[in-house]
Design a binder for this molecule. Sequence first.
Ligand code: PRP
Ligand code: URA
Length: 215
Amino acid sequence: MDTTPAHANLTIVRHPLVQHKISLLRSRDTPTKIFKELVDELAMLLAYEATSALPLEPVPVHTPLEATTGYRVSGKKLTLVPILRAGLGMVEGILRLVPSARVGHIGLYRDHDTLKPVDYYFKVPGDAAERDFLVLDPMLATGGSAASAVASLKRAGATRIRFLCLVAAPEGVRHLGEEHPDVHVIAAAVDRELNAHGYILPGLGDAGDRLFGTR
Ligand code: PRP
Ligand code: URA
C-alpha cells in the first residue's frame, strides 16, 4: 500500500497482481465476461487491503490437539454499499472474503449534461452508526457521485466510511477529500485527468456499460 503525499485521503494499492489486472481491465479488447471477472478479483484484492485494520477480539479455539486462542473480527458486521450500477460488480468478490458482510445499496446516475449525480435509491442497515462501511464504485471521476453517496450514508448515521474504487481521477479524489476529509479512498490507480465529458483519461471507458454489456 502507498498513501500518496499529494492526496492525504488516498491509498493506492500497488500490488503487482492489482496493477496487472487493472491493465487488462483498461484494454478495449477485454470482453464483458473477462471484464466482470477482473472487477470481481480486483475488488477482492482492494478489500484485503481496506480491511487490514479491522479490530479483532480473542476467541477460544479447540484444535484436534489442544485448546488455544484464536481471533475474530469484532464489532458489527462490515457493510458493503455498492453505488448502482457499476458498484454491483465489486460486491461478490468482497463477499467471498467477508461472507458475513451486510450489503446496502445506493442508486445514483450521473446526468449526462451537468455531470451532477441524480439519486434514485437508498437502503442500508438501520444501525448505521455502529457499522464500518465500504462504499464501492469502480470509477471516481468528478467525485460528485461518491460525495453524494457518502453524504446520504452520513445522514443515515454512518461515521466510519471508506471508499473503494478501481480507477480515480485527481479531481474526484480532491472533491471527495474537500467534502468528506474523514473518508479514505483506496484505489488501484489514479489517472491523469478528466476529459470534457467527465470521462477519466486514460481510464477504462464506461464501467457500467462494460460490466453489463449495454451501450
Ligand atoms: C459512473 C460510475 C460512478 C460515476 C462516477 O456511473 O460508476 O458512479 O459514473 O462519476 P462521477 O465521479 O463524476 O460522479 P454512471 O453515472 O455512469 O451510472 P451507471 O453506473 O448507472 O452507468
Ligand atoms: N464513469 C465511468 O464509468 N467512466 C468514467 O471514465 C467516468 C465516469
